[in-house]
Structures are given as C-alpha cells and as structure tokens.
Ligand binder design. Sequence first.
Ligand code: FA5
Length: 333
Amino acid sequence: MISEITAARTAAEQSIAAASSLDEIRVLDTDLLGKKSPLALLKTGLGKLTTVDEKKAAGQALNEAMLAVEEVLNARRALLGRAERDVQLAAEALDLTEHFNAPSRGKAHIVTQAWQRLEDVFVGLGFQVAEGPEVETDWYNFEALNMPPSHPARSMHDTFYVDHGQPGSTVLRTHTSPVQIRVMQNVAPPIYMIMPGRVFRNETTDATHLAVFHQIEGLVIDRGITLADLAGTIEAFTQAFFGPGFTSRLRPSYFPFTEPSAEFDIRTPKGDWLELGGCGMVHPNVLRAGGLDPEEWSGFAFGFGIDRMAKERHGVGDVREMYTNDIRFIEQF
Ligand code: FA5
C-alpha cells in the first residue's frame, strides 16, 4: 500500500510539474485530488487492510501525500498565474515613450526672448523695470499725456473702449506711455525706468501691424537732462543690444507728450536704416500731470515696438507669423 501511495504521489507531482497553463492545473486539481483521483481511491481501500498498524501507517502516508500534492499544485498555480499575468500586461501595455524618445525642451517665445533681452540690456545700463495696467483710464492713456479729448493725435490711436464707468472713460491702453505718469506719481526723481508691456490698437493686421502687440517705454527724469542724454542713451542701447557694428540716429517727429520729439532709427552694419520707435524730451504738461515741477525736473522718454524689433532681428517676413503658434516656426528661435 505504502509503495502504491508513494508511486501515486510521485506521478501526481510529475504531472503537476509538466503542466504549462492554469487550465491544465484546473483539470489536474480534479484528477489528482478529487473523489476519483488515485489517492482518493487508495483511501477507500484502507478498510481492506488487516492490522491497525498498517491502517495507521497507510492513512498517515495518504494524508501526507494529499497535502504534498495540494501544496505542489498551489505553488505551480501561483507560478503559472504570475507568468500568464506578465504576458497579458506585456500585451496590453501602451508604449508611451514612442513619441518622447528625444524629449525637446521648451523655450521662451521669440517676443518674450526679445522682451527679456531688452530688460537685461537696460538693467545693465542702470535702469529699473516697472509695469502698469493694461486696462487704463482715458486720463492716463491720453489726457495726462497732453492729448485732451479734442486732440487730433488721438485719431492716430485706434482705441478699444471698455464698457466700464462713463462711456469712453476706460480703454485698453494703446501704448505703454501711460505708465510714465504712474511712475512719476509713485517714484520720487531721479527716475531711470523702463516699462515693457502689452498694448492694444483697433487696427487691421498686416505684415507690420498687430492689434495686440508689445512696447517698451523708457523714462528718465533728473536735474539738467538734455537731448544729448537722450541721443547718448539710445546710442549706448543700440550698441549693447544689436552689437558694435550698429549705430543710431534721431529724426525730427511729433508726439504730443514730448517736445522736441524724434523717431529713432538704427543703422545695420550693411548700411540699412530701420525705424525703431519714438522719443523726445518729456513735455512740461506731462511732468505736471505726473506731479513734477518742470522748473526743477527735466527728462526724456522713448517707446518702441518689441514685436517689430524681434521681427527685424530674426528676419521674419510677417509679424503675424510669430502668433500662429506653429511649433515648426517657433522652434527656430
Ligand atoms: C507710440 O506709441 C509712443 N507712445 C512712443 C513714444 C514713447 C514716443 C515715448 C515718444 C516718447 P507709435 O504709435 O509710433 O508711438 O508706436 C511706437 C512703436 O510701436 C512703433 O515704432 C512700432 O514699432 C510699434 N507699433 C505701433 N503700432 C504697431 C502695430 N499695430 N503692430 C506692431 N507694432 C506697432
């Protein structure tokens, strides 16, 4: 009997070891441990044994054999279960690395880059940076800048009005010049400030015009400031920003908030002139609107377009290209 039990146990363990799937294990479970399994059949034969000792020894051997077979079966089931799960997981896995094999680093937009470099250069020349609100009152955007309601120069700024307060009293700022007034009201001179920011004009867009664009304003207020300081600052900036081969010039112009006023151009090493922005000596009415005494203080201001400057610097044909957000275009800068 004992030898039959041992043989049945060995055969059972061999067939378990040979099983290669959970389905096979399920079948073996019934075949090897069920009511009709060889070990169960041997158990029914225990009664035929004659001595108590024989029965005891065979019963014990049977119990051990069944426990051992069950243990081996469970271990094999666990092993095959893990293997099958691994195969399933591998089959269902999504390879998210496919498109990110060479992750590209993002970078600042071409206009942001120009803005940051402008700040760096002016800070290097001793200027501080200030910002003002994009939604302005008519007073800051026009009137304090020597443009009373009937002033013809207002028509040069196609203005977006905001439905707030008295009709026509609130605007999206058409330039960064209103920040000059806010700075004068809040900072005691001497003032050496730049004021970059977003501005808005109700204009039809084209290769050089946007309806939402960026300007950088400069304001210097001190004692005894002259046009020579303005020209010298523009020249120092031109060389620091564009490089030593570049020079600048001022051309007479008109702005209500400066007197005298000028446009400033830069000359490229090839000899081309590019128009950059406007400038001039701060008008006495503007100093007064800012709370300063024109007898005591004088100063200059300038303002130019950051988008157009980025366009020129990188040889972009059309300013609108910079805002199509086409990654193939943006990536180049
Ligand atoms: C002004 O806005 C004055 N506030 C500049 C100024 C400041 C003069 C201080 C004197 C003293 P103007 O409208 O010319 O000026 O605009 C200045 C610059 O903004 C232009 O030279 C141009 O570079 C840019 N700019 C003007 N309109 C647009 C537009 N629609 N799209 C893109 N850039 C523009």
